[in-house]
Structures are given as structure tokens and as C-alpha cells.
Design a protein around this ligand. Structure first.
Ligand SMILES: [Zn+2]
Length: 82
């Protein structure tokens, strides 16, 4: 499941859109303006009020509604890659 989200570059700091795989906890993004890679952490935006458990299965796609499980801000901050 991917979602188009607005990212703020930690380096420039401009904003740009990226399709992010919301099944991942942490994603690598690349700023189109300064070509700097950064990390985006999705964990803080996962909603806690759902009783549904996310099962981590390697080859089974998740059938849960990912859009409902996240609450993203207008702009997601990125941070420097370690
Ligand atoms: Zn940048």
C-alpha cells in the first residue's frame, strides 16, 4: 500500500511529494531539489485506537485499510540518513 505524501527535506528544506509504502516503518526518500537522501519515520503517525493487529507476513499482502490507520500531518519531516 502506498500513499502520496508531502515530505519536507531536512537539508534544503523544500517540500516535495513522494509515494510512500505505508507498510514500512521507516523509508528512504530523496529530495528532487538538492538530491539529498533522508529518512522518514512513519511510526509516530500510526493510530493507536485500532484493535486490529498488523500481522507481518512476508508474502501475504496486508488487507487492512492502511489509509485508516494513519494520521499524517500536512507535511512529513525527514531527517538525515545515518
Ligand atoms: Zn532538499
Amino acid at each position: 500500500m502506498s500513499k502520496r505524501l508531502k515530505i519536507q527535506c531536512w537539508n534544503c528544506p523544500k517540500t516535495y511529494f513522494e509515494n510512500l509504502d505505508t507498510t514500512q516503518k521507516e523509508l528512504i526518500v530523496k529530495c528532487p531539489y538538492c538530491n539529498t537522501r533522508g529518512k522518514v519515520n512513519l511510526r509516530p503517525y500510526r493510530k493507536q485506537n485500532k484493535s486490529a493487529t498488523i500481522y507481518r507476513k512476508e508474502d501475504a499482502p496486508m488487507t487492512t485499510q492502511s489509509d485508516e490507520e494513519f494520521q499524517f500531518p500536512d507535511v512529513l519531516p525527514s531527517r538525515k540518513e545515518e
